[in-house]
Design a binder for this molecule. Sequence first.
Ligand SMILES: Cc1cc2nc3c(=O)[nH]c(=O)nc-3n(C[C@H](O)[C@H](O)[C@H](O)COP(=O)(O)OP(=O)(O)OC[C@H]3O[C@@H](n4cnc5c(N)ncnc54)[C@H](O)[C@@H]3O)c2cc1C
Length: 512
Amino acid sequence: MDTTPNTGALIRRIVIAGGGTAGWMTAAALSKVLRGRVAVTLVESEEIGTVGVGEATIPMIQLFNRVLELDEDEFVRETRGSFKLGIEFVDWGRLGSRYMHAFGRFGQDLWTVPFHQYWLKMHQAGRAPDLGEYAITRVAAYRNRFMRPPTDVRNSPLNDIAYAFHFDAGLYAGYLRRHAEGRGVRRVEGRIREVVQDGASGHVAALVLEDGQRLDGDLFVDCTGFRGLLIEQTLKTGYEDWTHWLPCDRAIAVPCASASPLTPYTRSTAHTAGWQWRIPLQHRTGNGHVFCSRHISEDEATAVLLRNLDGEALAEPRTLRFTTGMRRLGWNRNVVAVGLASGFMEPLESTSIHLIQTAIARLIDFFPSGRFSQQDIDEYNRLTRFEYERIRDFIILHYHLNQRTDSPFWVACREMAVPETLQAKLRLFRTHGRIVRENNELFAEVAWLQVMLGQNLEPEGYHPLVDSIGEAEIAEYLSGVHALIARCADVMPDHAAFIARHCAAPGAGVAA
Ligand SMILES: Cc1cc2nc3c(=O)[nH]c(=O)nc-3n(C[C@H](O)[C@H](O)[C@H](O)COP(=O)(O)OP(=O)(O)OC[C@H]3O[C@@H](n4cnc5c(N)ncnc54)[C@H](O)[C@@H]3O)c2cc1C
């Protein structure tokens, strides 16, 4: 174990293997923060290509854009993107039900306990409408409205507009590539034929390409996708399989012609053995059916997908196979796996691009000096595991908390034993509607709240301190918030009109 203190020396050469979303996000971020102090080379193979999906994000991506100093309008225009205020879930709790996991917060925390506790009391008494009515993002989303939070207005629900993006994955990688190359990243085209290891340390020493070119490095970032060329095929790191909790193992993806209106949210519709995503972009809509191959055949799954498109299919449907789980170590020796090489969870809550972002942020936090420190690597791996497991629990929640009786798939999901960490969350919520966000886990209380309520888990009671405030006062407060949010949504522009005004891609067809 190396415990040498940092002397200011840095490793000299980073080689990124793979140029999908993970590779180019890593290259763009490292070239920005390293400011030319370390040589960054990225190798990718056009012949192999990328997965070409991954088009919905969560609001934390704004942080990534800020670090890169991207102009947001340019970013949306270049990627033919749209804005996202949340995810609508259709048929998840039971057939015919729908709810939204909207970004941002609910109401205002005025008194001692969280807003939703006051709402719970009034809702249980039949005196308050759906919780979604108290979130500006949810109200605006269902009215197809969008704007960024204003900088010149204070103490308004408009300041609570939290948003993310939908974008074209191929255009996104190309856009980041231009930024990374502009900051000195060297791109090498070619197929990696061999991964050379140092005999003594087992570290990766170089990548050798089909044409014989050799790329030597000190740190390697494995962004080669599901194959994990360095982290798995070379270092045999191992993979933890979570398919007993998340049994979907395939997706069929197909783009289709856009439909009006341009909705500022992703939609996820549950089917008999999986679910379908709908991601509206400026020039097309992305769709995919994620399913469990033990319960439905690929042909049937394709037919279901094609039956549920907004418009004409624009390409042949493509099948992607995956195993949900995570690499046992995200960082092994001098290899850090980022993106699909590090693990996979289905895109139900659009978390994969976020996991790329946080892996890069952690790599920067634990960036090696001239030598690698095992304590740093262990901490990197511990934090990665925590993040993955908590997201996993949140995704399992969607499946487990269902009342559907129309297919064996949903019954099995409901009856399966879930991780103890998730059981604890459910127990806590059931009694008094309490939710505890542990450390820095990704999904905040309001995210859990919306999914639990949306899928019909009604707490038996509410926080006892709610009763310290008189019912009339709570009722007046809730109706005030409700009315204010509705008025704020009134002044927001239409989503398509906002894009047409600020960031429409030429020829993409978005008009006000
Ligand atoms: C069905 C599905 C839907 C998804 N939806 C979302 C979503 O909505 N939101 C979200 O956040 N994420 C989503 N994701 C995840 C997202 O697509 C990925 O996280 C993201 O695209 C990163 O992929 P990647 O760069 O790791 O891998 P890839 O795109 O597979 O890239 C791998 C790269 O490695 C290169 N490579 C591989 N082998 C070699 C070799 N031998 N020599 C040279 N180069 C090589 C390839 O050429 C390519 O450049 C989805 C994933 C799937 C499967």
